[in-house]
Each structure stands twice: as C-alpha cells, then as structure tokens.
Design a protein around this ligand. Sequence first.
Ligand code: PMP
Length: 327
Amino acid sequence: MPIITTDKIWMNGEFVNWDDAKCHVLTHALHYGSGVFEGIRCYHTKDGPAVFRLKEHMRRLYNSAKIYFMTTDDRLGDETRSYGVDELCDAAKETIRENRDSLIAGNKTLNGNNEEKIECYIRPIVYRGYGEIGLNPLNSCIDFAIAVWPWGAYLSGGDDGIRVKTSSFERINSNVLPPNVKATGQYINSILACIEIKKSGYQEALLLDNRGFISEGPGENLFIIKDGKILTPPEHASILKGITRDSVMIIAKDLGYDVKETDIDRGMIYLADEAFFTGTAAEVTPIREIDNYQIGKPGPITKEIHGRFFDIIRGKVPKYMEWLDFV
Ligand code: PMP
C-alpha cells in the first residue's frame, strides 16, 4: 500500500517538509531497533476530526520508552530533549491541523470521492538517533517524530472477512522482549510471521505464545465467539494490551455480552462460531477462515460489535464521547 503523503512532519518540535524528514544512515535505531512507537487514528465526525483514545496511546508510548530507558521522571526523552505525554498529544493534534489541506486532498484520493474529510493514521516515534554506534544505547540522543497520513482499511478481505494462518514463528515472550510495549525492533518477529503467511497466500498471521496457546496477530488482538460468549487471550499469553481490544471489551460488555480473558488453544479457535481481529490499523476485522478451517462470513455478534465500534469512533454514540479527542 503506497503512502499518501501529507505536507509536514513534526520532528523534535518543528515542522519539516515531508520530503526533508530524514535521518542519518548511522542512526542507532536503524541498526538495532532501538525506537518506540505508536499507531493512532483520527476519524471524521460531524463535529470535526477526533483522535481515538489519544492519551491512552501516548501513555503506552511513555511505558514503551520507560522499558528502554528513554524517559526521565515523567517525561519521554533525556536531559537534552524531552516531552511529556500531554505535550505529545498536543503535538499530534497540531500535526493534523498543520496538514489540514493535504489530508483533505489525500482522503479524496483514498476514497475516490470529493468529500472534505480529515481522517488519518498518526505515527509518533521516539528513537535513538545519530551520534554513537554500538549496542549500548544510553549515550545516543533521543529523537522524536510524528507523521500523519490518510490510511484506509489495513486488512482487506472485503465484507466477508480475512483468511488467517498460524505462523510457525512464536510470539516474543517477556523473557526475550517485553510483549506489552511497542519497540520497533520487536516487530521483526511480526515481520517474519507476516512474510511466512503472505507467501502461503493468506491475509494475516496468527502467533502462538511460548506455551502453544493463541497469542495474537502480528499487529492485532484476537477475539473468538463460542456459544454466545466472547473470549480473548489474556495478558499472560504474551499479547500487546491493545487499546482497541480494551474498547471492544467495554463495548461488548455494555451490549450485554459475557466477555472473558482466557487461554485459547488451536482447537478452540478452529471450532469458534465467529472470530475477529482488533487493532488501530485493523480496526475490527472479521476472520472467515483459519488454517483452512471455515469460520464463515461475519456472524451476528461480530457484526453488532463492528457496527457499534464504527458508530463510536465517528462520534455517533454520546456515551463514549470521552474516547474522542477533538482536533
Ligand atoms: N498487538 C500488536 C503486536 C500490535 O502491534 C497492535 C497494534 N498496536 C495490537 C496488538 C493492537 O493494539 P491497538 O488496538 O492498541 O492498536
């Protein structure tokens, strides 16, 4: 999927032209994966563009940075340069405002219509920069960037859902790399799983944890439905605690469903009545087939949650307005 570009990228507190937002080839993070990042979405609502659960994402970014010793007290960064969570929330919204015109144009291209919409994916990244090389990152500077661009459906399976295959690569576990945070280097694990299943003709991978239980997709959390109950792997199954996962659990409970975090094995998912992935990029994506077992077209509970989720992010359900941060 080629990126639809916008005008400006926020770098270390300043806006630079999209084409000039570069870093040196000896940037520490490029060699060793020593960066942390987030994926956030901003949606069009009748009251203007709104970012979904912005503060929760920036708090998770802080936690990711903390794990890799990229924080000082309650700020991300070091003594030379640092930002607080609220400052990064403001910077993300400022970046959307700065790119207003190119975002509107980009959305017209993406959607193939003439509607004036500001919708985008937001990618903040905090990374060890240029200056020193070698595995010890602690003397390398910490750089910040936030880019925004129009990004449509991440997993395209049409309305019928996607075909998924279990990867032979297991998900990182906390004795190898902390699964509960988003560091750039950790995603090499997701990339291997992704390549493996793409080359087999599937649309997305599913990774098992080191015990053999279902963990999650390369960039999504998993839900299954059996006999009217909604199940999702627990934190100890090496998952990233997704913000969409949390939202869907709240939405499903509010709709009256029984939602349980529990270990799920392969047999359970093969016999599921319904299954779907959740994630900021993937939103709510139904799964129609896994390892050649047919789950079928999206079922009634998946459809209900999917519909409710999209109403909420578009600001149509007053009860959940606190999840929206207007730009
Ligand atoms: N798992 C992984 C490994 C991910 O990268 C993501 C995307 N951030 C998710 C799950 C879903 O998390 P969220 O809903 O917060 O985007």
